[in-house]
Each structure stands twice: as structure tokens, then as C-alpha cells.
Write a protein that binds this ligand. Structure first.
Ligand code: ZN
Length: 151
């Protein structure tokens, strides 16, 4: 089987049977993401234990790429610390946008998203869940962020 076929099968499988799909109550953070270019909408909910993502689920409606990407993301970041998850976001973003990206094999199933590089209009479909995750991680512990004065 060609690598491209394998990658396509991973995307199709995660779109048909998204992992960690549904609600999560209570959650430490709930953030909605929207990609107006395609119409993808999803909500990411997560729980943190200390600084580790102990549970994460998503729901919403979007194209196959956005659903598969969110499914793969939830599998990849569960059990990771906030810093590790954000590092992974950087790696995935590179994978999606940079032809010279290396280290695909270390990304495991997430490497299946590399095919999106050939379709720049779909990059936002694949990265929507990660942007949503990043803001969920920020909002989960607002007290850890520098205080912002509104006055
Ligand atoms: Zn989309």
C-alpha cells in the first residue's frame, strides 16, 4: 500500500468514526472554533489535572478534513501537558504548511494530515481544531495569565 493511500485511509476512518466525539461535563474549558472559509464549526472541551490534559472531547460539524483532524488531535494530546500540546501544534502547523517539514514519523497518525499541504485552501480546515485547543488551554487557567487591566 502506498503511503498516500494509508494516509487517506486514516483521514477517512477518523471522519467516519471520530474519536472522543461528544460532550464533556464538567469541563475546565469550552471553546468554539469556526472556519468561515469552509463553514467548519467545532467545540473543544477539556479537563486539566495539574498541567496535563486528562480528558478532551470535541463536537460539531465540518468537512472530512476538519473532523478527522480534530479526532486525531484529541487522541494525540490526551495525557500531554499544556506545553507539550502546544509544541505539537507547532509541529502540525509546520507539517501542514511547510514542504520542507521533517520528522513526520515522530508525529504518528497526525502525519496523515501532510497531504493537506497540496491544498492550501484546506489548511484552515485541518488547523481549526488546534487553534481552538490553544485558546481552550489558555482559558482553562486564566489566573495563570498576566493580569490585563480593562481600565
Ligand atoms: Zn473544512
Amino acid at each position: 500500500m502506498e503511503l498516500n493511500d494509508l494516509y487517506r485511509d486514516v483521514i477517512l476512518d477518523h471522519n467516519r468514526r471520530p474519536r472522543n466525539f461528544g460532550g464533556l461535563e464538567p469541563a475546565d474549558a469550552t471553546v468554539e472554533g469556526f472556519n468561515p472559509m469552509c463553514g467548519d464549526r467545532l467545540t473543544v472541551r477539556l479537563r486539566l489535572a495539574d498541567d496535563t490534559i486528562s480528558d478532551i472531547r470535541f463536537e460539531g460539524q465540518g468537512c472530512a478534513i476538519s473532523t478527522a483532524s480534530a479526532s486525531l488531535m484529541t487522541e494525540a494530546v490526551k495525557g500531554k501537558t499544556r506545553a507539550e500540546a502546544l509544541q505539537l501544534f507547532d509541529r502540525v502547523h509546520q507539517l501542514l504548511t511547510d514542504d520542507a517539514a521533517t520528522g513526520e514519523e515522530e508525529l504518528g497518525k497526525l502525519a496523515a494530515l501532510s497531504g493537506v499541504r497540496e491544498y492550501p485552501a484546506r489548511v484552515k480546515c485541518a488547523s481549526l481544531c488546534w487553534h481552538t485547543l490553544a485558546s481552550a488551554l489558555k482559558s482553562a487557567h486564566p489566573q495563570a495569565l498576566p493580569a490585563v487591566s480593562t481600565e
